[in-house]
Design a protein around this ligand. Structure first.
Ligand code: S3P
Length: 441
């Protein structure tokens, strides 16, 4: 069995050379889910008592969250490879940080933490790397300001943020973009607010915050597209286990689905309905993915998948489906080149404000590999049945671009060089080693 191993987080600039493969074969367990790990750590920090999180994500992004919590006076201990223990400070126990918090590359860290910081009686500065400093924050600034926080930002929209928290009022807020990070920031601020805070989603986004809050003993209401909670409720520390990250699994699922000599089993992977849409969509399109078992752990569905190659027909992904597969579009675009009919992605302009402009990154790299692709302001169309050729590809500093094009490299003719491949560690340290161990040549 190939298991992920913790590597040192900050690796050196590294190129990765990938040769074509006939398939990927074996059994795999993935590092803990990044989205869930962020939430458990943040909630643990403001809970009463100790929180123990097993299989905590190894991603650099989640380490950024732990570092920020440490700067806010939270005692965080990492034991062995996978256990993180947090001594909760309660809702009022965080301490002002003299230094600017560094969220590095992590949008989840800066946006969700902004919700917690909005409720603190002190000012915090928080920033990140050059990619994060280009990402829009108005989407959290507007609702948190409406609740009573004072937030300054570069050009009113970009990090560094300076967040002066205080007494908050509850709000009823309709999200202009379907964003789980923004929903979560508002719900976290809602813990500190007087009255009931309600978030209305234009279309469903991942509900890990709602599930985690319930795990910590908070009453969270959900009715249709509305999520609400009463402020002032106390969180109680928990012991929880994080499922394997389905967004990391996606790269291996697609590799096994498109490479003819594959047979892959993925164990203990998260199957939350708001995250598993890539599996449901691929199955609908003809992929041979079988759910061998599943159970509920800490409110989240976890299970074992077996993936074998088969023809993928293709189709269109748009509308409410986009937030369901938002992180999987780079790898689905690679899958599209090997599908029968291709895939058209529309209503996906959010991709332009991710770790890179992912529409541009995907289009540029597919074209470098000799593929046809049409670019739109809100998406791209990738015809099927295409031959990819190995070449040298930039990652645009974007972990999901690095990993998606490593899978494209397995399906290509000739060798591919992924430049500055170290950015994969933002969500998956050890990715290239695991891919190599599974590759059949
Ligand atoms: C995330 C939500 C999504 C996703 C990101 C993680 C989360 O972002 O792209 O990788 O953990 O809530 P948005 O909320 O900006 O859509």
């Amino acid at each position: 069995m190939v298991k992920w191993q913790r590597k040192w987080f900050r690796s050196f600039a590294m190129n990765s050379t990938i040769k074509p493969a006939q398939g990927i074969k074996g059994r795999l367990q993935l590092p803990g889910d990044k989205s869930i790990s962020h939430r458990l750590a943040m909630l643990g920090a403001v809970a009463a008592g100790q929180t123990v999180i097993d299989n905590f994500a190894t991603s650099q992004d989640c380490q950024s969250t732990l570092n920020c919590l440490g700067r806010l006076g939270v005692e965080v201990t990492t034991t062995g490879q996978k256990r993180v223990t947090i001594r909760g400070k309660g809702l009022q126990g965080l301490r002002a940080s003299e230094e600017t918090l560094d969220a590095e590359n992590s949008g989840s860290t800066i946006r969700m933490l902004s919700g917690l910081l909005a409720g603190q009686p002190f000012t915090t500065r928080i920033s990140g790397d050059t990619s994060l400093q280009r990402r829009p924050m108005k989407r959290v600034i507007i609702p948190l300001t409406e609740m009573g926080a004072t937030i300054e930002a570069r050009d009113g929209n970009y990090p560094p943020l300076s967040i002066r928290g205080g007494t908050l009022q509850s709000i009823h807020y309709s999200l202009p973009v379907a964003s789980a990070q923004v929903k979560s920031a508002i719900l976290l601020a809602g813990l500190f607010a007087e009255g009931t805070t309600e978030v209305i989603e234009p279309s469903p986004t991942r509900n890990h915050t709602e599930l985690a809050l319930r795990g910590f003993g908070i009453e969270v209401g959900v009715s249709g597209n509305r999520v609400f909670l009463r402020g002032g409720q106390m969180l109680r520390g928990i012991h929880s286990r994080v499922p394997g990250d389905i967004s990391s699994a996606a790269f291996f699922i697609v590799a096994a689905a498109i490479l003819p000599g594959s047979d892959l089993t993925i164990e203990s992977v998260g199957l939350n309905p708001g995250r598993r849409s890539i599996i449901d969509w691929l199955k609908e399109a003809g992929a041979n993915i079988v759910l061998l078992d599943s159970e509920i752990q800490g409110g989240e569905e976890v299970g074992t998948l077996r993936v074998k190659p088969s023809e993928i027909r293709g189709g269109r992904i748009d509308g409410a489906m986009i937030p369901q597969v938002i992180d999987e579009i780079p790898i689905l675009a690679v899958a599209a080149t090997q599908s029968r009919d291709g895939i058209e992605f529309r209503d996906a302009s959010e991709l332009r404000v991710k770790e890179s402009d992912r529409i541009h990154s995907i289009v540029t790299n597919l074209r470098s590999m000799g593929a046809q692709v049409e670019e739109y302001p809100d998406g791209l169309a990738v015809p099927g049945n295409q031959v990819l050729k190995g070449t040298s590809l930039p990652t645009f500093g974007d972990h999901r671009i690095a990993m998606a094009f490593s899978v494209a490299a397995l399906a290509a003719r000739g060798e591919t060089r992924i430049e500055q491949a170290e950015c994969a560690a933002v969500s998956f340290p050890g990715f290239f080693e695991v891919l190599e161990q599974l590759a059949v040549r």
